[in-house]
Design a protein around this ligand. Structure first.
Ligand code: ADP
Length: 698
């Protein structure tokens, strides 16, 4: 597995892990949210219960003071209505009781006073009071104007007492209902506030005593600075008309969310509110929710870390498995390479055609017979290549660079004699520095070449046999001419005169010429039948065509095949051997002849043409017939050894395969295709022959 693949796998595993974590995360968050909401609800219910209990407790505390105020009012009324002279004993008893209450400030009561019908202070528990005019005071005016029941003033500084007071006034009426003055009990709002403050059992608690119009009379968290100026705000007005209740609202003074409970003081224009700051009240539940979130996060972290460990572990295991697999496949590959019928090599090929070997499989020892150690050093293989093939091998590598692959046959010095090998080489990648990486296989083809040589001679013999008729035809004519000339010469020699002798001499010359012609035909056959040594020389196509025609011309003529040649004069020689190329041409001619067996005699035409390729590096020779064309099967397989469509005894299936071997052996190509206008075209490309040694550039 490559590093990129393993990175990819790991990335995928992390993505999966993330996706896998999202599910418990979402689930956990939902759970925590539900739990938090439940906790909050419970805390809210609890807080509301608490504030309503608080409000109730506050009313209990205030009740005492208010009951005392009611009692004091009735005492003051009785004082006013007794119509007794000042200093009368029963009057003194009441005045003494009232003064005592005020002096001790019991229940926060600061003063008890009586205002006369004219609005002047008629009597007060404050010692040495003066009959100040109180007719403008709210608590007096309200009663004068016939307020129902008691009236409680906003906190104010008492004119008689000089202290912060809540003046609670009550009208005094005669038995006939006529207005007889106002009884006023002043209560200390600061003391009241302090007593409300005692109910502040926790941070964020505020207890208010409100007048029904929303004016705050006492407040657990106030000192005297703001007294008289505080109003409960519109929200508190909402509670009027509802004797008890609770709600979650925004505190009018703090602007913060509060849990609020209220309770009206029965019979009084007053109410108590008990509020607790929501944030403070919910602190516990918020803390709890936070704890839950932290717990959830911790859980997720643990999961993530666990998952990551798992992914890493898996990645490591996978990497190890991949390494083991790679090791196994390396072992398998080298086992396979060693088992190959040849020695594999790998190397870098420079632009100049030099190979730097990176690997050479030990099978080279099996092929060459030399110990494997002999090939340890760089260049050690090149050293056993026979000298005559070395320059060619460089050309071969240049060709591999260019074409991407190539194949070359050459001889090497084996431990027990020369060995023919085939070197198949292929480019596998291009390096950054312009070099290419190549892999190749060196195979021992000595046996194959022997077989091929045998097959070649067998095919050649078959061809010769085929051409027996042609040979006979070829020799027939000079033979007849010789016979005729000999007969005539014999006659002329018999006459004995000078003219006949001279004519006989010419006849003998003709005989000698015909014999020479026969000799040349026979020589060619002998040459053709000889095993081709395979050495590469420079060959003129014109010469090879003439040679092939001298061999096959007879058989072609016997089959009424006309031959046209178009070989421009001055064609450059190509790489090859004369006999090799003649054999190729003879095979092509015989195939053409066979293909035209079925066509009418006048259409049996073979045209041989040649031209230099536009790039000037090779010569193309075309041989076109007007026969039936290649059968479908032959289109792909005609060059396979033993592939034939001809009847048994006629075709060997070797002609084209040998021709292919011969042409590629000289670095050329041969193809066979159908001509669009009928018949087949064989095309041979052969590189130009090398310039003689010494004038090569470089
Ligand atoms: P052989 O001639 O002994 O069959 P070859 O290798 O020379 O063997 O040819 C193989 C086959 O290719 C032939 O049997 C034939 O089918 C086909 N072939 C070769 N040359 C021609 C041609 N000029 N026209 C048609 N078919 C051809």
């Amino acid at each position: 597995m490559t590093a990129a693949a393993s990175r990819h796998r790991r990335g995928r595993a992390y993505a999966l892990l993330l996706a896998g974590l999202l599910v418990p995360a979402a689930f956990g968050f939902l759970l925590v949210r539900g739990e938090t909401a439940r906790l909050r609800q419970a805390a809210e219910a609890e807080s509301l219960r608490l504030v309503s209990a608080g409000a109730q407790a506050a009313t209990h505390g205030l009740r005492q003071t208010l009951d005392a105020v009611t009692l004091l009012h009735s005492l003051t009324a009785s004082l006013a209505l007794s119509h007794t002279e000042a200093g009368a004993p029963e009057r003194r008893v009441i005045e003494g009781m009232l003064t005592e209450v005020a002096r001790r400030e019991r229940f926060g009561i600061l003063q008890v006073a009586l205002i006369g019908t004219d609005g002047r202070l008629a009597w007060s528990t404050t010692p040495g009071f003066t009959p100040v005019d109180l007719s403008d005071r709210e608590h007096f005016r309200a009663q004068l104007e016939g307020a129902r029941g008691v009236f409680v003033s906003a906190p104010l500084i008492g004119r008689a007492s000089g202290r912060w007071s809540l003046n609670i006034s009550s009208a005094i009426r005669e038995a006939d209902g006529s207005f007889a003055g106002v009884s006023v009990v002043s209560v200390d709002p600061i003391l009241l506030s302090a007593s409300l403050g005692e109910l502040q059992f926790a941070a964020g608690v505020t207890v208010n005593l409100l007048r029904e119009d929303g004016v705050i009379l006492a407040r657990s968290r106030e000192t005297d600075q703001r007294l008289g100026a505080l109003r409960g705000g519109p929200d508190l007005l909402r509670i009027r008309g509802q004797p008890v209740g609770q709600m979650i609202t925004i505190g009018p003074l703090s602007g913060r969310e509060i849990f609020l409970a209220w309770r009206q003081l029965a019979g009084w224009p007053l109410a108590v509110t008990f509020a607790v700051d929501a944030e403070a009240a919910m602190q516990d539940s918020a803390r709890h929710a936070k704890d839950l979130h932290v717990l959830l996060l911790l859980g997720l972290c643990a999961l993530a870390v666990g998952g990551m460990l798992l992914v890493e572990l898996r990645a490591r295991l996978a990497a190890r498995a991949a390494m083991e697999a790679a090791e196994a496949s390396r072992a398998e590959t080298s086992r396979l390479l060693n088992a190959l019928p040849g020695a594999a090599y790998r190397g870098h090929l420079s632009t100049g055609g030099e190979v730097t070997r990176l690997h050479l499989s030990p099978a080279i020892a099996r092929i060459t017979g030399w110990p494997v150690e002999r090939f340890a050093a760089a260049g050690s293989y090149g050293a056993i290549i026979e000298a005559e093939f070395r320059p060619e091998r460089r050309g071969f590598f240049l060709q591999v660079r260019e074409a991407g692959h190539g194949s070359m046959e050459y001889r090497i010095h084996g431990a027990e004699g020369p060995i023919w090998v085939r070197d198949d080489c292929r480019v596998v990648s291009t390096l950054e520095d312009g070099r290419v990486e190549v892999v190749g296989l060196i195979t021992d083809i000595t046996a194959e070449r022997q077989l091929k040589a045998q097959a070649l001679s067998a095919a050649r013999l078959a061809t010769l046999g085929e051409m027996a008729a042609g040979v006979a035809h070829e020799l027939n004519q000079p033979c007849a001419a010789i016979t005729l000339a000999a007969d005539l010469a014999a006659l002329e020699l018999g006459r004995g005169d000078a003219a006949h002798l001279a004519s006989a001499g010419r006849r003998l010359d003709e005989i000698a010429r015909q014999a020479l012609r026969m000799r040349s035909v026979i020589d060619h056959f002998r040459l053709f039948a000889r095993v081709d040594p395979g050495g590469e020389t420079a060959v003129d196509w014109a010469e090879a065509v003439a040679g092939a025609l001298s061999i096959a011309g007879g058989t072609m003529a016997a089959s009424d095949v006309r031959i046209e040649t178009d070989l421009p004069p001055g064609l450059p020689p190509v790489r090859g051997s004369l006999v090799g190329l003649e054999q190729v041409l003879v095979n092509l001619l015989i195939n053409a002849r066979d293909a035209m067996e079925e066509v009418p005699g006048e259409e049996r035409l073979v045209r041989i043409s040649a031209a230099v390729k536009p790039d000037g590096a090779a010569v193309v020779l075309r041989l076109r017939d007007h026969g039936m064309g290649l059968p479908r099967a032959a289109l792909e397989r005609s060059f396979e050894p033993f592939f034939t469509t001809k009847p048994v005894g006629k075709g060997t299936g070797l002609g084209l395969s040998i021709a292919h071997g011969t042409i590629t052996g000289f670095g050329g190509t041969i193809t066979l295709r159908n001509h669009p206008e009928g018949g087949a075209v064989a095309e041979i490309h052969l590189p130009l022959a090398r310039a003689p040694a010494g004038i090569l550039p470089g």
